[in-house]
Design a protein around this ligand. Sequence first.
Ligand SMILES: Cc1ncc(COP(=O)(O)O)c(C=O)c1O
Length: 404
Amino acid sequence: MPVQLSNDQLTRVANEFGTPVYIYHAEKIQEQYQKLKTAFQKSDARFYYAAKALTNINVLRYIHSLGAGVDCSSINEVKLALYSGFHPSEVLYTANGIAFSEIEEAQSLGVKINIDSLSNLEKFGKRFAHSYPVGIRLRPNIMAGGNLKISTGHDKSKFGIPVGKIDQIVSLKNQYNLCISNLHIHTGSDIDDADVFIRGIEVLFEIIPSFEELQSVDLGGGFKVPYKKEDKELDIFRLGEKVFAMFEKYEKAGGRKLQIWFEPGKFLVSQCGYFVTTVNVLKETSATTFAGVNSGFNHLIRPMFYDAYHYIENISNPGGALKKYSVVGNICETDTFAWERELNEIREGDYLVFFNAGAYGFEMSSNFNSRFKPAEVMIKDGNAFLIRKRDEFDDLLEKQVKVF
Ligand SMILES: Cc1ncc(COP(=O)(O)O)c(C=O)c1O
């Protein structure tokens, strides 16, 4: 039986808490985490959940309870992770383009750090020398990921220190007696090809000998999950076998024993999430029939931002005749969730559910058009818990200062 929420469960939550509402299914996160553990059981692998995908503290606490660490992309994510119960040793801070003061703050909090520029590496050397082990984020010059906006390892990417600058990295290491404990790469998101990771490991194997104190290599996240029914998913078990074989061979040839880290975001929380909206208006036009829902790209930006596909279902009329609809939002710009999508007949008031809404859904939402951010609900052991209240009017005013 696939671990997923039924139409009845989703409808009950929507009736109780109103819409639009994000719903997360704890057992699905657990299932995904278990897959990772199984796939990499032969290796000394650690998983640092990429918190940027979804930072609700209840989700963080739940993922911590499963045994994962957490990867953060800002100092505030680091603080949320610590607040949620992660020990500093379980927290990794992989930032890019940040002020050195944030690195100093992360160091004072005792978390692991991956540095992504030569200038910050030099500042780190001057300030901490050998006293605080540190990781380096490299740009391996590998093109990967679902689209250019989510490709991060290619030769025009802003992320990481280009691997071609290895001599400068080593010379800074020697100059300041840096303790380089981790090498990190993250080539992109929505990666469906295990060989991308293999190529990344090959790049790392070339340079590992330059780092005598290395403890781990961090291969980032990006495991593709299916958004469309026919989507190819990254074969995590095949990847697990390949990674194990590579490191086993490397060790047999005299290489050092290293931990292998991953930073999965979507893999852990994409499929656990459902975004339920209500149809406000139906509008027949010569081009299409619009189904306008009580949401927009202010709540789920992925379709407009990345052309991302989200599977949609009309859970209020699952037996209705199939017809084509264009599902749109209610904000003041074009915000098309789906164009000419075949859906069961829609009536005003029906609930439309967007699947795979856990990762980068609520997290990228905003108050554009002065609309409220949705509520978030978590379902665990069959019970629904409100884990974030829907905004109220006062929230829109809270940080504004009435001067004039
Ligand atoms: C450094 C880093 N690690 C991990 C991730 C997680 O990627 P995904 O959600 O595709 O697994 C990201 C995504 O942007 C990232 O930038």
